[in-house]
Design a protein around this ligand. Structure first.
Ligand SMILES: [Zn+2]
Length: 473
């Protein structure tokens, strides 16, 4: 029996349990670092499967590690389970309607991400045991991916030290091995403290914090022209200092997200923005206070592992969908705007000449070493700098469904989403099986990482003392 058929059998025979788990997490959407129920569901399940579970690792109550076996190689699966605010939506309904007004929703498919990665860890363990292979299988419960950089905080505390390879995935709308490089980022809040005064009677006595925020943003917008093309900076004014124009605003705050191709480049942008903030404070005679929220590293690709996963993808073959599933997906596809669909087509064309089917595209796009696309940031980047890491995308949504939207929440419990989740579990466990059988591939992957890092080692971009931050409402 090939390892593919063994793993498919192991995963499919537990299909009901995995579907229930994912749907349960979907029903209990919890925001970053508050995922108590979601983390417990997964930790309890894998513990009952015979893994040893350590909860609350890295000082984060919802982070955990499940371990089976001993010795090398150590293969770690990464699972997320956090939801997004204000995205509540009725399941399977192709029109926007919150299930609970103002409630949270799984608009990035992390209810499947955690469950699918856990299913992969269990199947890989079964394969290891069945064949008497040496090694350790680990599953990491990774909280706070959305705006929280949970894995970066975990990495800072050494949670991933000792793993030889990390494997994960993300739900998407076509099947491919992840061949993207992502940007490193820094998220820092700049708070200005001034002095209130009557804006008409005694403006000369006031020192405006809002002026400082505005001047800082003007400076940052001028800076844009003088940073590298691949660097990015965005901001949100999180405190305007009040609603009264006749009061000189005594305090105001702006949150900056600064990105670059590497931690070093993101930091360069951050340091220049910091000078602009200091300049704004000087100009307005306000006091500046900076709060470092989080940072994450860029994703380091590993062609050795991509190659292994590509072969698994081709060996497992694409999942089939029923006409009913295709019809439901078509209803969601029809809610997308022309530009949203065009955006998805453009995205695929950047990486492939394959013709992408519409509606429910089970299209597989094998990755190649020269495929490269920058795309936002992810805290998987930190893990990829510590150990060679590989991930896949599988079709769980109608083609073109944008991330963090009601359409993504609504499709989170469809049978085709569940199929995509278990397909990802097959690809991930297949990759692990191949590595368990050929540990020399892990040595190659490690050597590749070593070369890519050019002699440098992982350095956590989040300084000591900074605590993970929950979402402020
Ligand atoms: Zn996500």
């Amino acid at each position: 029996m090939s390892h593919q058929s063994f793993l498919t059998e192991q995963i499919q025979q537990n299909r009901d349990a995995y579907e229930q788990l994912a749907k349960h997490i979907w029903n209990t959407p919890e925001l970053r670092f508050e995922e108590e129920q979601s983390a417990k569901l997964l930790a309890d399940y894998i513990q009952a499967e015979g893994f040893t579970v350590e909860r609350g690792i890295a000082g984060i109550s919802t982070a955990f590690r499940a371990r089976f076996g001993s010795g090398s190689p150590v293969i770690g699966f990464l699972g997320e389970f956090d939801a997004l605010s204000d995205l509540s939506q009725i399941e399977n309904q192709p029109s926007p309607e919150p299930k609970e007004a103002g409630g949270n929703g799984h608009g990035c498919g992390h209810h499947m991400l955690g469950t699918g990665a856990m299913a992969a860890a269990i199947a890989a363990r079964d394969y290891m045991v069945e064949n008497g292979l040496p090694g350790t299988i680990e599953f990491y419960g990774c909280p706070g991916e959305e705006g929280g950089s949970g894995k970066t905080f975990m990495a800072r505390e050494g949670a991933f030290d000792g793993i030889d390879t990390a494997i994960t995935w993300h739900p998407g709308y076509y099947n491919t091995v992840w061949a993207y490089e992502t940007l490193a980022n820094y998220q820092v809040s700049f708070r200005f403290q001034g002095k209130a005064s009557h804006a008409a009677a005694s403006p000369h006595l006031g020192r405006s914090a809002l002026d400082a925020v505005e001047l800082m943003n003007i400076g940052a917008n001028y800076l844009r022209e003088h940073i590298e093309e691949t660097s990015r900076l965005h901001y949100a004014i999180t405190n305007t200092g009040g609603v009264s124009p006749n009061v000189v605003q005594a305090e105001a705050e702006v949150l900056y997200l600064m990105r670059g191709m590497t931690v070093k480049k993101a930091k360069e942008v951050y340091e220049r923005v910091q000078k602009i903030a200091e300049g704004a404070a000087l100009m307005t005679e306000t006091k500046l206070e900076m709060t470092f929220e989080k940072a994450c590293s860029n994703f380091v690709r590993n062609h050795t592992l991509e190659d292994v996963m590509n072969k698994e993808m081709l060996a497992f073959g694409e999942p089939d969908y029923t006409d009913e599933e295709k019809q439901l997906a078509k209803q969601f596809y029809d809610t997308l705007s022309e530009s949203e669909i065009q955006n998805a087509i453009d995205e695929v064309r950047k990486i492939s000449t394959n013709d992408v089917a519409h509606d429910l595209a089970a299209t597989t796009i094998p990755s190649t070493p020269d495929m490269k696309r920058l795309s936002g940031s992810t805290d998987v980047g930190d893990v990829s700098t510590i150990a060679p890491t590989v991930q896949c995308y599988t079709t769980c949504y109608a083609f073109g469904t944008p991330f963090h939207t009601w359409q993504m929440v609504a499709q989170g419990k469809t049978s085709y989403a569940m199929t995509g989740m278990l397909y990802a579990a097959e690809l991930m466990s297949g990759t692990a099986a191949e590595l368990l059988e050929n540990p020399d591939l892990i040595d190659q992957a490690k050597e590749e990482l070593h070369q890519r890092l050019d002699g440098t080692h992982y350095e956590c971009p989040i300084p000591p003392g900074i605590e993970p931050s929950k979402l402020q409402n």
